[in-house]
Design a binder for this molecule. Structure first.
Ligand SMILES: Cc1ncc(COP(=O)(O)O)c(C=O)c1O
Length: 338
């Protein structure tokens, strides 16, 4: 994975949630800190921040690409911001050329402040200042039926801490005597099993083939649905390679005598496995209750949430399967269209 991503280290862990949590832990996120993310993601993204006792802060999304907006990230950043969890919605890369300079600028400011604080408080008590990295990428693995995740980083020190963290924080002081170990900081049991690793490695070898199939299916969907009066397709980014982890459309509800849920039900009645990615994170009762978030926080995300439909897209579906999906869509739109 490291080789493919062009980074020094890929620390494999049990699943994507463990990868997110390990990344937040390694970044030194803790109580009083804030981490910026998108509301349009799986809840695991924000949960990882919460596990560390920090506060997730939700930035606006770009209503066309559905990815977090770099301008919005800038707007919600405060002196407490310690991390940015950018999510490539459905597989479309975020605007990293704009996000990374923002993160680096903040990191530089934090380092300067930290140096100042250190000078002033030589022997300050409490938590060590956190570590940072610009290339934490929790990664969903290929297409296997198992579980898996990884944290990718160029930094040797973080990779070493992460490798210890996934195995209870254990550090071996003497390789010749493995029964002797120490725990400088508590970790977790986030190990990837050998079974998962074997499956993941064999799938990694097929990744290009899988991606090509996804790309072809996505192109077919886009060609067929591009001119539909009933759906809007998320924008693509020039020059960015879409992973097509998901294929998401936005219903044009003004053209339909049905809401999104009715359309989903009708498609499911046609035996099409449609679903929704994702209910907005801050609308979950926990986030509303703990952090006081509510309706109106991220207008662009709220405007699309009730229109999102994820169509089946995975390498194993045939062109004929996809035609069935398109046929069912035509049928449902013919019924509810106006
Ligand atoms: C955007 C995103 N992040 C994180 C996760 C969590 O990954 P895992 O299920 O491997 O823990 C998911 C899973 O669906 C996801 O969609």
């Amino acid at each position: 994975m490291a080789e493919r991503a062009g980074v020094k280290h890929a620390v494999a862990v049990a699943n994507g949630t463990a990868a997110l949590h390990a990344a937040c832990w390694a970044a030194g996120l803790g109580p009083g800190d804030e981490a910026i993310t998108t509301p349009l993601t799986f809840v695991a993204t924000a949960n990882a921040v919460v596990y560390q006792g920090a506060r997730p802060v939700f930035a606006h999304i770009d209503g066309a690409t559905l990815n977090v907006s770099p301008d919005a990230v800038k707007r919600v950043a405060t002196a407490r911001t310690r991390a940015l969890l950018a999510v490539d919605f459905a597989g479309l890369p975020c605007e990293y050329d704009r996000l990374l300079p923002l993160a680096r600028a903040r990191l530089d400011r934090h380092r300067r402040r930290r140096a100042f604080v250190r000078r002033r408080l030589r022997r300050s008590a409490g938590r060590r200042p956190g570590q940072y990295d610009d290339s934490f990428l929790p990664s969903r693995e290929a297409d296997h039926e198992g579980e898996g995740g990884a944290v990718l980083t160029d930094r040797d020190d973080l990779a070493e801490r992460l490798r210890a963290m996934r195995h209870h924080g254990i550090r071996y002081s003497d390789r010749g005597r493995p029964w002797r170990y120490e725990i400088p900081e508590p970790g977790n049991n986030y190990r990837l099993t050998d079974f998962q690793s074997a499956l993941g490695l064999s799938q990694l070898a097929k990744l290009d083939r899988f991606w090509q199939r996804r790309d072809r299916l996505a192109r077919r969907y886009r060609e067929r649905l591009g001119g539909s009066p009933f759906v809007e397709l998320p924008a693509l980014t020039e020059g960015a390679r879409h992973g097509w982890h998901l294929f998401v459309v936005m219903l044009r509800l003004e053209r339909l005598a049905a809401d999104r849920d009715l359309v989903l039900q009708a498609l499911r009645a046609e035996h099409i496995g449609v679903t929704v990615h994702y209910p907005l994170v801050y609308r979950h009762p926990f986030y509303a209750g703990r952090f006081g978030y509510g309706a109106g926080l991220c207008a662009a995300a709220e405007a699309v949430e009730g229109r999102l439909v994820t169509l089946p897209l995975f390498p194993a579906i045939t062109d004929a399967d996809q035609d069935d999906v398109l046929c069912a869509l035509d049928k449902v739109f013919a019924h509810y269209g106006r």
